[in-house]
Design a protein around this ligand. Structure first.
Ligand SMILES: [Zn+2]
Ligand SMILES: [Zn+2]
Length: 369
């Protein structure tokens, strides 16, 4: 069938809007119609060549929509189901999956970065008949696509699908990092660098967990109001002042957890100094693979400080997304506050440009219909 897709052909070049040919789903695959896809900072990282994804790919990984058809052997979803896309598909067999770490499944990490279905092939071709890859299994900036059965999670039908798309990426990443990877407890002292989609969910989750003080740090003063609305006790604009003396003062010597959600090497190096002894720097944002951070790791020993990476919030998405749906519906996630606006498919390059220039104050969602 003919579909439309935003294709990333070359890094640091605009997305190309193309009519593509999509094959039918093979065994254990699902044909989905995406209705909403959020623009995530990782999309920008792929666009700018800061990650290692194979190209050309149909971009987008934070999506929700409807099941249109299922391939042979599919049992988890059926036509008409409302689903959230997931950008990691645990194989269930590899050493990581067996240890309960399906979010970093080594069995399917190959197809994840090389942009194929689980059998190593693609279902998408361009107008010249050349293969086009699947962006992180789900190719969210397309109206229809084929995904592995494990790449969708069915959700209750009364959940608005524009809210649901955020449960693909920024919500489980932010919430899982706080509640699973760090396991923040009441009155833990917490700071967050970077208030994009993931950072806002980290903030919200830490607030619900009872963290205090809860300090939000961002280069944009314009994000102060939203930070306070989501539950920050303090906001510091680090473009205007060095946040470290103030954080050390507010926390009586530093934070138990600092979350780096800006995806910037400078933020990482700065955030390190906000830790108290035995504090943990939780790495959530994706820093360019070309920029190593300079951290004084001598203090990792003397002060027992840790640097902990976490992907997809360290959660089992098939189990966690349905729980987050309930928390979204009861208002705890404040998704309507995190969503800042909507855009048309053709406006994708403008949104990318605005994110690169830090002009977006919350999540922007593409309406694909
Ligand atoms: Zn696995
Ligand atoms: Zn994402």
């Amino acid at each position: 069938m003919k579909i439309k897709g935003a294709v990333l052909r070359e890094v640091d070049k605009p997305y190309s809007f193309e009519e593509l040919e999509l094959d039918s789903p093979h065994a254990n695959e699902v044909l989905v119609k995406w209705l909403y896809t959020g623009y995530c900072h990782s999309d920008l990282s792929n666009l700018k060549g800061r990650t290692m994804m194979a190209l050309p790919l149909v971009a987008g990984h934070e999506c929700a929509g409807l099941v249109e058809a299922v391939g042979e052997g599919v049992t988890q979803v059926k036509k008409g189901d409302h689903v959230v896309g997931t950008w990691m598909v645990p194989c269930g067999q590899c050493p990581e999956c067996r240890r309960g770490l399906g979010n970093i499944c080594s069995g399917n990490f190959g197809p994840f970065v090389s942009g194929t279905m689980l059998d190593g092939t693609t279902r998408i071709k361009d107008a010249n008949g050349e293969p086009v890859l699947h962006g992180n299994f789900v190719s969210g900036f397309s109206d229809y696509t084929v995904v592995p059965e494990g790449g969708v999670v069915p959700i209750r039908k009364d959940m608005p699908l524009d809210w649901a798309c955020l449960l693909s990426c920024c919500v489980p990443t932010g919430w899982g990092t706080v509640t699973k990877a760090a396991n923040v407890q009441p009155m833990d002292r917490v700071a967050i660098w970077g208030l994009g989609g993931v950072g806002q969910n980290v903030l919200r989750a830490a607030k619900v967990r009872g963290a205090h003080p809860l300090i939000a740090v961002d280069l944009e003063e314009s994000r102060r109001e939203k930070a306070l609305a989501l539950g920050a006790s303090h906001f510091i604009c680090n473009a205007k002042e060095d946040p470290i003396p103030q954080i050390l003062d507010l926390t009586g010597g530093g934070c138990d957890y600092v979350f780096e959600a800006a995806g910037q090497v400078g933020a990482t190096e700065q955030a390190w100094w906000a830790l108290r002894p035995a504090g943990k720097l939780m790495m959530v944002g994706i820093i360019s693979q070309h920029e190593p951070a300079r951290l004084p790791l001598t203090f990792s020993v003397f002060h027992q400080k840790g640097v902990i990476g976490t992907l997809y919030g360290s959660v089992a998405v098939q189990d966690e997304i349905p729980k987050l749906v309930e928390q979204a519906m009861n208002g705890e996630l404040m998704i309507d506050t995190i969503i800042e606006g909507y855009f048309k498919f053709e406006e994708l390059n403008d949104i990318a440009e605005k994110m690169e220039n830090r002009q977006l104050g919350g999540r922007w969602i593409c309406r694909l219909d």
